[in-house]
Each structure stands twice: as C-alpha cells, then as structure tokens.
Design a protein around this ligand. Structure first.
Ligand code: NOJ
Length: 577
C-alpha cells in the first residue's frame, strides 16, 4: 500500500499533461482559529506555543497548508480582526520569536502557512487612528474616511457590528465622523490614499520576507468605496454587503498590490470575495494579474429566511439549490481562475449542525459525508479545524455565554426594538459564529485538554466522546475518515483537476458527480438525507470499484443501475469503462 502510494505520488509529481499546475491548487488547507486550538500557558486562550505543541497532529492529518486567523496585536473586539499593530504578535498569543519557531516548525514538516490580511480596516487602537483622530491636520487623518460635521449628518451607512447599526461615529476632536463598516473599534482604511497603500505593501513584504506562503484577504471586496458617499439606492435595502462591495477602484488597487508585492513571491492568495460570479471571477482571472483563489458566500448563505438576521429556514435547505450553486461556481472557475470549497469557518456555525445532522444517530455518517464532498470537488478545500472530529454547535442558552461582537450587537438591536429575544436566541443556536469557535477537543481530561485554566469560550461538553485521543484510537472515527479522504484526494490528480459533471442532476436527495481526467473517472455519491435514497447511475460503465465508503456495507446496485444508499451514505467509485 505504502509503495503504491509512493508510486502514485511520483507519477503525480511528474504529470505534465495538466496545464498550469500549482501547489495551491493541489493543497488541502486546514484552517486554525488560534484562540481555540491549544493553550500552552493556562490563561484559557489558545496560543502559538500551543500550535507548536500540536504540529505533529497537523502533519498526521496529511494537509499541505494552514490558514491562520489573525495573530497580530489587537484589543480583540473582533478577535484579532481589529489590528492595532500589523507587525507584532498579539500578547495573548506569544511573541515574534514564537511565531518564527512555529513557521519553521510548519516548514520543516513541509506545511505552508498563509495568514490573514485584514486591511479594509484596522483597530481604533492602531497608532494611525490614534493620531488621525487628534486633528484634521494629522498626517494620518487621510488614512481613514471622514465626513466633516459642518456638512451635516453623513449619508446613511449601515455597520455590520454596531448596536445602532450606524456605520459612522462622531469624533469630537476633529468634529467629523469616521466610517466603520464593521465595529466602531474597526475604522475603515482609506485606500484612496497612496501613502496608506504603500504602508500596507511594506507590511505585506515584512511577512512575506519572513517566509510566509501567502494571505487570505479579509473583506477585500470592501476596500474601495465611492467616497462621495451617495445615498444608498433602495434596491440594496437589506443587502448592504452587496452594496458596499466591489467599489470603483477595487481592481486597480489589487493589481497594484500584485505588481508591487505579490508578483515578487511564489505565494498563494485567497480573496474573501462578495458578490456574483462575474464580480468574484475578476479577482482570479489570470489575465487580470490579481489573486489566485476566491471564496464565495452563495453556498453558505443558502437556507436563511430573507430579511431576518441569520434565521435558518426551519424546513432546512433545498439540496437541488445546493447542487445548483456549487455546480454554477465550478463551471465559472473551470473557465477562469480557481475556486475554493468550504462549509465551515470561524464566521460560520459548525458544518455538521448546519449542513449535516448532529443527532447521535447520524453525527458520524453525515460528518463523513460532508468531508467527502469538500475533498472531492474541483476547488481547493479549506477545511476548518475540529470538523475532522465531527465537532458540532454548542447551542448556548444564555446570552452571557456568547463572545462574538456581531451576535452581541445584533442582540442589542433586537432588544432596543423590543423584538423577540427568545426567538433570536433560538436562531443563534443554529447560525451564530461562536458555535464554530469553541475550543478544540483534544482528550477526555478537564477542559478537553485545551487549557488548564478557564477557557475563553465554553467547551462543548460532548468532548467526553468527541476528541482527538478517542478518535485516533478508533479506526472508524470521523478523524480517521478525514485522513483517508485527504490521502485519496492527494493521490489522485483526477479529484483535483478532473472535469466535473453532475449525475442524476434532478435527484432531490442525492448529490452525485463524476470527476474525469485523462481517461480516469471517479463517481462521487453523497446522500444528503437521513433516509434511504436512490441514485440512478445514468452513464455507461463496466465496473464500479469502491474507493471509500462511510459505512461498512457497500450500497446495493440493482439491475436498473440504481444505487440504494443508506442515510447520509457517501461513496467514491473508480469507474472503468
Ligand atoms: C471577515 C472575517 O472573517 C470576520 O471574522 C470579521 O469579523 C470580518 N471580516 C471583519 O474583519
């Protein structure tokens, strides 16, 4: 088996038949939320030394790269997405020396590291803003967006994280309002100012020169604004993100960033992109010389009720729509650029609760089914830490248990309007971001082996049976399934580059597709329902050889070429003609 694997790796490395091969297309990325990964000093907060102590765990997963959420100095109003010094490390996370050791530790294990680049806004504690807010004549004033108070009240801009939903905040010393799309502690940077842009490029070079392997670009679609701040057109009511994103000079700025910085390094970049296919593709169209990969929101936004804050449709999501969305994005990226695939991250609830089924009966099988999906699509997988264990939403009952600024400010809004707070709390059990941020579950000891102190966010009590130690010992665990699935993807260029075609497209219960390259063909079959479902294999074949299965028993294939699948069953077959 080992030799076979080694052989296929050599073959893969040498395969020149595929145009434009890139390491970041072939990599499986593992996202680490450092605050919740592993605490080394008992303060209840994960840290860099904690990550260093678990490098071998990450290596054993088989992943090729990690994306680290922000680890820069920050007062943590938005857990590191409010940066007060881009070139130093958050005190709670450690020191620059720790960072250097961690980077080396990853690189020694042949794992690449990409970091968050958060440059739509900084922290109100950043030196730039502290100086800017003192006087209109400060050299930093123009690093931010201001509305002079003598011009009256600024045109309405909604903030995503403000209890009054107001995106402008009055600053007395300058008698002007500053813009903040996110919290008031996250003033928006003024990309119109070339001096600011150069500061950012310099900072990027600082990290790239240290040897990091790329950036995940936070809220990048928001950096360019119409600075005349016209009144918002009514058609965008309720969809502010859409209105704010993709401003007039966005692609000029990113092209400039590419020329000045990115083009000089062999790195991976991924845009947190907002908007339609046409808008998102612009970031990654090679002809534009901007970024490498983009992730869209259309998938994770499916299944919410309109005009209510994060209320998931009680009837669940429609699998046909799900299939349509992912197929649409596959086909867009097959022409230009390259996509990503994810179902969970630090801004999402746990994928198992949201997209699978976290009841004891179906927890493991549905988790494995979702893993099979993420690792068999034509796009770079961004797999969120903890999903390999089948972690699920914690579903807090009390508002005091929550930490997330987005949730807390939205709670205040509902409260101020006399809205239904009980309903809000129920909605948050399914959709809130803190569900995806609870500490990682290492073992059965107190606090799941995450910390010896008091964890910054409560730990899911199910750590007693969902944890690394127990799952490593169980050959049938979701953790071991994840490793197997990573191995399967990495040893098959077909699963990475192969063309994608849906099978039995209108099947409302089963998502199935083939992946095909140079005469090799795989069939991926995913039953998304908690019941037996049937797939009609609508193409001609000689044999179907099972490569992976999340059940001990094979699906039954009847004479009508129908596959009978158990609840949430997922299989991948090698197809021979
Ligand atoms: C997107 C990040 O992923 C999220 O966590 C953050 O709150 C906002 N951008 C603001 O930086």
């Amino acid at each position: 088996m080992q030799t076979q694997q080694a052989d296929s790796q050599v073959m893969m490395q040498n395969d020149q038949s595929i145009p434009d091969r890139k390491w970041w297309k072939e990599a499986v990325f593992y996202q680490i939320y450092p605050r919740s990964f592993k605490d080394s000093n008992g303060d209840g907060v994960g840290d860099i030394k904690g990550i260093i102590s678990k490098l071998d765990y990450i290596k054993k997963l088989g992943v090729d790269a990690v994306w680290l959420n922000p680890i820069y100095a920050s007062p943590n109003y938005d857990n590191g997405y409010d940066i007060s010094d881009y070139q130093s490390i958050m005190t709670e996370f450690g020191t620059m020396d720790d960072f250097n050791k961690m980077l080396k530790g990853f690189h020694d294990r042949k794992i690449k590291v990409i970091m968050d680049l958060v440059v739509n806004h900084c922290s109100s504690n950043h030196k730039w803003f502290k100086e800017a807010r003192k006087s209109r004549s400060s050299k930093y004033y123009n690093y931010f967006h201001w509305w002079p108070a003598e011009n009256g009240v600024p045109p309405k801009r909604i903030s995503f994280f403000d209890e009054n939903a107001n995106g402008w905040k009055y600053n007395k010393e300058t008698n002007s309002y500053y813009l903040h799309y996110f919290a008031a502690q996250q003033p928006d940077l003024n990309w119109e100012n070339p001096v600011l842009r150069q500061e950012i490029y310099k900072m990027m070079r600082f990290w790239l020169d240290k040897g990091i392997d790329g950036f995940r670009m936070d809220a990048i679609a928001f950096i360019s604004k119409d600075i005349k701040f016209p009144l918002l057109p009514p058609e965008y009511n309720g969809n502010w993100a859409h209105y704010y994103a993709n401003g007039p000079f966005l692609h000029d700025y990113i092209k400039e960033m590419n020329t000045e910085v990115l083009s000089k390094y062999d790195v991976a970049t991924v845009a947190e992109a907002e908007g339609s296919v046409e808008k998102v593709i612009k970031f990654v169209d090679p002809a534009n010389h901007e970024l490498n990969m983009a992730y869209h929101f259309e998938g994770v936004e499916l299944g919410y009720l309109p005009n209510v804050y994060k209320r998931v449709d009680p009837n669940g999501y429609n699998l046909l729509e799900f299939k349509h969305i992912y197929s649409k994005w596959d086909s867009a990226f097959s022409v230009k650029g390259w996509g990503t695939i994810y179902l969970g991250n630090h801004d999402q609830p746990r994928m198992l609760t949201r997209w699978g089924n976290d009841t004891p009966e179906f927890r493991e099988v549905s988790s494995k089914m979702l893993t099979t999906f993420i690792l068999s699509m034509r796009a770079t997988p961004y797999y969120y830490f903890g999903d390999e264990l089948g972690m699920n939403n914690i579903k807090f009952d009390k508002i005091d248990d929550y930490n997330d600024i987005e949730l807390l400010t939205n709670y205040m809004q509902v409260k101020q309007k006399g809205g239904d707070l009980k309903r809000f709390m129920e909605d948050m059990k399914i959709s809130s971001r803190d569900n995806g941020r609870t500490p990682f579950q290492w073992n059965t000891s107190e606090n799941a082996g995450f910390t010896t102190g008091t964890p910054w966010l409560k730990i899911n009590p199910n750590y007693k049976y969902i944890n690394v130690e127990s799952e490593e010992a169980d050959s049938n665990s979701t953790l071991n399934y994840f490793k197997k699935m990573v191995g399967l993807r990495k040893n098959n260029l077909t699963l990475i580059y192969g063309s994608y075609h849906m099978v039995d497209e209108n099947n409302p219960d089963v998502y199935a597709y083939t992946r095909e390259l140079n005469g090799n063909r795989y069939l991926v079959v995913l039953n998304f329902k908690p019941r037996v479902s049937i797939l009609t294999v609508s193409f001609k074949y000689d044999h179907l050889d099972l490569e992976i299965n999340n059940y001990p028993d094979k699906p039954r294939l009847n004479d009508e070429h129908e596959l009978i699948l158990k609840p949430y069953q997922s299989v991948i077959y090698k197809v021979s003609k």
